[in-house]
Design a protein around this ligand. Sequence first.
Ligand SMILES: CC[C@@H](C(=O)O)C(=O)SCCNC(=O)CCNC(=O)[C@H](O)C(C)(C)COP(=O)(O)OP(=O)(O)OC[C@H]1O[C@@H](n2cnc3c(N)ncnc32)[C@H](O)[C@@H]1OP(=O)(O)O
Ligand SMILES: [Co+2]
Length: 134
Amino acid sequence: MVNKIEHIGIAVKNMDDANVLFEKMLGVPSYKMEAVESEGVLTSFFQTGNNKIELLVATNPESPIAKFLEKKGEGIHHIAFDVDDIEAEIVRLKNEGFVLINEVPKKGADNKLVVFLHPKNTNGVLVELCQEIK
Ligand SMILES: CC[C@@H](C(=O)O)C(=O)SCCNC(=O)CCNC(=O)[C@H](O)C(C)(C)COP(=O)(O)OP(=O)(O)OC[C@H]1O[C@@H](n2cnc3c(N)ncnc32)[C@H](O)[C@@H]1OP(=O)(O)O
Ligand SMILES: [Co+2]
C-alpha cells in the first residue's frame, strides 16, 4: 500500500545557503544531514508538522542532482511516498506498466530502502518509494 508523502526532495546548489533559507522559512533547523555516496548526494532534512523536506546537493558531477541542476536549475526534484512493503509495490507497479529505475531497493537516507519510478511514465514527476528499515 502507498501511504502518505514521506518527503519532498528539493535540488539546491549550495547546502549552507539553503539550510539558512529553509530554517528561516520553516522556523525549525535541519534535524539531520546525511551523505548518500551511491546517489552522489548530501541531504539535509527538515520536519514541519507531518511534513518532511529533503534538500539535496550533488557531491560529484555524475550525480542525478548535478544533471538536474544543469538542465532545470534549483527546485522540486522528486516526491517520495512511504510504503509498507516495497517488494510488493515493485511487483504491483511493474504489473501496472510503470518503469522502475532500480528494481532492487537500495539504501537511501534517513534509514530507508528506496526505489524510483522513471519520470517519463509519471507525467514528468520523479517518484521515490521508501520503506523504513526496521
Ligand atoms: C538520498 C537518497 C534518496 C533518499 O533517500 O531520499 C534520494 O532522494 S536520492 C535522489 C537522487 N537520486 C535519483 O534521482 C535517482 C533516480 N534518478 C535517476 O536515476 C536519474 O536522475 C533519471 C531520472 C533516470 C534521469 O537520468 P538521466 O537519464 O541520466 O538524465 P537526463 O538528464 O538525461 O534525463 C532524462 C530525462 O529525464 C528528465 N528528468 C531527469 N530528472 C528528472 C526529475 N528529477 N524530474 C523530472 N524529470 C527528470 C530529464 O529532464 C530528461 O527529460 P527529457 O529532456 O525530456 O528527455
Ligand atoms: Co528522496
